[in-house]
Ligand binder design. Sequence first.
Ligand SMILES: Cc1cc2nc3c(=O)[nH]c(=O)nc-3n(C[C@H](O)[C@H](O)[C@H](O)COP(=O)(O)O)c2cc1C
Length: 358
Amino acid sequence: MTAWIDRRALDLFAIEHPLLLAPMAGSGGSALATAVAHAGGLGAIPCASISLQTIEAEVKTFRTATSGARVNLNFFAHAPITPTGEATQRWLDRLAPYFAEFGVNVADLPKAGGRAPFDSAMCSLIETLRPEVVSFHFGLPVDALLDRVKATGAIVIASATTVAEGRWLQERGCDAVIAQGYEAGGHRGNFLTDDMATQPGTFALVPQMVDALKVPVIAAGGIADGRGMAAALCLGASAVQLGTAFLLSEEATTVTAHRNALRTARDDNTAVTNVLTGRPARGIVNRIMREVGMLSSDALPFPLAGGPLTPLRAATEPDGLGDFQPLWSGQAGALARDASATEIAMQIAERAARMLGI
Ligand SMILES: Cc1cc2nc3c(=O)[nH]c(=O)nc-3n(C[C@H](O)[C@H](O)[C@H](O)COP(=O)(O)O)c2cc1C
């Protein structure tokens, strides 16, 4: 048993190591959550892009496989925006050369969906399933829903990309705050600011968040090995949350084109872009990001920008190319390893403990 010095996150989540699996919509499910729980960390099941029935089945599978370890169910809390016809046309016009290249008929384009905000039906499922931890990205749901989640006794955590967002979450009763630095893979959790130019990196954000908040701070973004975990704990984080480190693991559901891209990951080939979904997210630079521009004012609001890309993705993905799909990765993607997630998590925690002399 490792004698971690700060026990706040360990006690809150009933875990052996202060390591949380980042919920990763599309790349992780009950198998990945189980593997990290087996290593003594907290498993997470991303629920934003799966049906209520699938959420229920995933939780059941996790609970059976872990004999009742705590689980974190993750949801998005964005406010959906209905774009004007003009805005829709602008995005379709921007993509027109690609539709022509791949023979896509605009009349057949699917409506974008697949990433629903937390709603009453999801809340009812929480009331039935009673997960020990519920986490939110993009802020928090409206008070009435949040109160219902809290009434189940769930621990509530959420991502903050600035100290102001961390304070906002603490004031609304979050039990811990995830400090998501700019290095992080996937969607930025920002909700009080849209300014990507001023988003702080993990190394600067974590100690300032720790100083500002009373609740435990969980460091996220660019942490992918024991050195990073030890550094985050030295900065005052009570735990770390890792995503990219697990994307190549056996238990991740990362698709082939995404795995291929991750094997080319370097410190300098990811960027934050809104052209894949409509919200800023960090991924490995691909064709659409390069050609349309990383942050485009033409992109439809989240998650609608992704809908018209569906046939372009379908046309290029079978070749192992990820030209028109999210290849989410943090800036430490080159440290991700092909191994079991249990082994990855245990090695990271053990190395961090050794470095900290515990
Ligand atoms: C592939 C991928 C998918 C993600 N999906 C989600 C998600 O569904 N919900 C969420 O709260 N965060 C999501 N994130 C962000 C993570 O919670 C976390 O902030 C990030 O992984 C930390 O940075 P790292 O990837 O460098 O470890 C995702 C990240 C990645 C890499």
